[in-house]
Ligand binder design. Structure first.
Ligand code: ATP
Ligand code: MG
Length: 251
């Protein structure tokens, strides 16, 4: 989309930039979000801009956790809304999860703009605007959630979450699935399931796994989850990035 030729060697990266720019113009993505995007791109470049096998495994585990949850919630910020609005709606449908807008810098205007944008893309009952729940240990601005959304969730998918909040959510006893391209980021380090992948690839791939696991019984889902080793997933991504740096030097 966005007039980037399909055969351009860096097609996906250019489409991603256009979507983020468009998000800023729509009042969905913040200027901080632009910086976060640049940081992510650097890691993705080293990863080879593909879903590595350990990330695919983590994405399957994420699908099993969301399917097995009592109350799964997908947390959406300005970058996620701009990059993968349709994919978030699909994932919510495939797993029965709620969608909640949750911003690092909460403004009513941006919350509303994101909720409206998701609804234009088919989301129903987008949560986050009520803001009657709290994450203990964070300032009011950053700790505000919906009591019947993230406040009540047992499993939360938090793509591109800030490290502090990721940690505080974990301390509330929630099982956290974090999508972040940087395996050294604090959010990835504290996640129960760190997914080191670009959200533009991760979210649709979690949905694919969820559809594949739709008929699995509880024992099968539990077995998928049990086999997961978070340290090994982080190490595999880090090794891949180091290898990527060497590979690029050799080019
Ligand atoms: P730390 O977690 O180490 O405290 P931070 O969270 O403050 O760092 P930011 O720049 O705010 O750092 O976070 C942005 C994070 O989002 C980076 O780790 C970046 O790799 C990641 N990121 C950016 N774009 C994407 C994307 N499209 N998919 C996945 N992760 C992304
Ligand atoms: Mg981080």
């Amino acid at each position: 989309d966005d007039h980037v030729p399909d055969d351009h060697p860096r097609h996906d990266s250019l489409v991603t930039r256009h979507r983020i720019e468009d998000g800023v113009e729509r009042g969905i993505t913040s200027k901080q979000g632009l910086i976060a995007e640049g940081r992510g791109e650097a890691f993705d470049y080293l990863l080879g801009e593909e879903t590595i096998p350990s990330a695919d495994d983590a994405e399957r585990v994420a699908a099993a956790l969301l399917l097995r949850a009592r109350h799964p919630v997908l947390s959406v910020n300005g970058n996620v809304a701009a990059l993968v609005p349709d994919d978030i709606v699909d994932l919510a449908a495939a797993t029965g999860a709620d969608i909640e807008v949750n911003l690092f810098g909460r403004t009513e205007e941006r919350m509303r703009a994101i909720a409206d944008y998701l609804e234009e893309h088919g989301a129903e009952d987008v949560k986050g605007l009520t803001g009657d729940g709290r994450i203990p240990g964070l300032s009011h601005d950053r700790g505000t959630v919906d009591a019947d959304g993230i406040g009540d969730a047992d499993v939360v998918l938090v793509p591109l979450e800030d490290g502090d909040r990721a940690e505080a959510l974990g301390e509330m006893g929630k099982t956290e699935i974090v999508v972040d391209l940087n395996p050294l980021s604090r959010s990835a380090q504290v996640a129960a399931v760190p997914i080191i992948d670009n959200i533009i690839r991760a979210v649709p791939n979690i949905t694919r796994h969820a559809r594949d696991l739709a008929d699995a019984d509880d024992a099968e889902l539990a077995a998928v989850i049990e086999g997961f080793d978070r340290e090994a997933a982080l190490d595999a991504a880090e090794a891949r990035i180091r290898e990527g740096a060497t590979r690029r030097e050799d080019d």
